[in-house]
Design a protein. Sequence first.
Length: 78
Amino acid sequence: MLDIRDVDDGIRSKLSSLEGLIVDETISRTERYEGGLPRTFITKTEVVNPRCVDLNPALFAVPKDYRRQEPIMAAPGQ
């Protein structure tokens, strides 16, 4: 009899063979500042229910009223 973990492992194995598809990814990042304690951040990405869809090119169109503006950078007190 199959356990649910066996099914998950089988699906994960098949999906991992697809080129360019992130199935499961864990990123750990630790920051350490002078005089402070280290802080660790963990980000986990898991693709659930991957499928192919046709996207409407209009989703990537630049809006007609778009205007490029240089970023405005200011420091406190300026």
